[in-house]
Design a protein around this ligand. Structure first.
Ligand SMILES: Nc1ncnc2c1ncn2[C@@H]1O[C@H](COP(=O)(O)OP(=O)(O)O)[C@@H](O)[C@H]1O
Ligand SMILES: [Mg+2]
Length: 263
């Protein structure tokens, strides 16, 4: 469905001694992987390993120095057509739900942004008030939330609203960048259960960026390990224990160790 081929990204170095210096730091060193239809793919890496940068590249937000991103065969960065095709297929849910919903908007208006995109995608008109209630109920919230403002919701509730907005866009592919990381453990599990349910119902494909392997084992079918801008392992979650990659083992070991200490 979505394919990354030999993606290289570099940024200008932040500290610049020479005023006209053009020193660059490469953060992605030739990343390649494919996302299959209706899978949920985890992208795992320590902080700074390039996971968010990978997310931005595959979401059409950052043109790589070299390499290709293809969505259903269309080259995303080649022309407008490719970019538009991607925008029709993909929406994004970020970690920082407090800033991803405009604080001056009611929840109705936040979701309306998504509905408007969905209308453009499908070419069908809907009644906004009805559609908002339907979406709120789909993510487990009462229709009366439509009249509230973001600050009147808990973190978990607001993240549900962001998920509703993503679904309103009618995209088949949703990218989550640390989308549950700042929620407490109990709410994380609730949100992941909701996402699993929605995936079943709507036939969605997920890309789930995280620093936390536990949520990947709970939620994903396949995982890609990123280290210093390189894919060091690509494995189905059920074969994780068989991985023979030191870095992946290390991360996995930490989780198993932690679980062992918790029982
Ligand atoms: N816009 C930018 N300008 C300069 N450096 C950046 C930019 N975005 C990310 N980086 C650097 O690229 C590296 C990878 O960042 P990122 O993809 O955000 O990592 P993470 O895996 O934690 O999400 C980091 O060293 C970060 O400082
Ligand atoms: Mg990040």
């Amino acid at each position: 469905m979505l394919e990354l081929n030999d993606i290289v990204v570099s940024f200008k170095k932040e500290v610049q001694r020479k005023i006209f210096g053009t020193e660059r730091k490469t953060v992605l060193h030739g990343i390649s992987f494919a996302v299959r239809k209706e899978e949920s793919l985890g992208i795992l890496g320590e902080s700074g390993s390039g996971t968010s940068t990978t997310g931005r590249v595959l979401a059409g937000l950052l043109k790589p120095d070299s390499g290709m991103v293809k969505i259903e065969g269309n080259d995303v960065y080649a022309d407008r057509k490719g970019r538009e095709h991607l925008q029709n297929c993909l929406s994004i849910v970020f970690q920082d739900y407090t800033t991803s919903a405009n604080p001056r908007f009611t929840i109705q208006q936040v979701i309306a942004e998504g509905i408007a995109i969905g209308e453009r995608t499908t070419g069908e008109k809907v009644r906004y008030a009805d559609e908002t209630v339907r979406l709120l109920e789909l993510v487990g919230l009462d229709g009366s939330f439509a009249r509230r403002f973001p600050h009147e919701l808990s973190g978990g509730q607001l993240q549900r609203v962001c998920i509703a907005r993503a679904i309103a866009c009618k995209s088949k592919l949703i990218l989550f960048d640390e989308a549950v990381s700042s929620l407490d453990a109990h709410t994380q599990v609730q949100i992941m259960d909701l996402l699993l349910e929605l995936k079943e119902k709507l036939g969605l494909t997920y890309i789930f960026i995280t620093h936390d392997l536990t949520s990947i084992t709970y939620f994903c079918s396949r995982v890609i390990f990123l280290k210093d801008g390189i894919v060091v392992a690509d494995s189905s979650v059920k074969d994780l224990a068989k991985l023979d990659v030191p870095y992946a083992k290390e991360l996995l070991g930490a989780v198993l160790d932690f679980n062992a200490r918790c029982v």
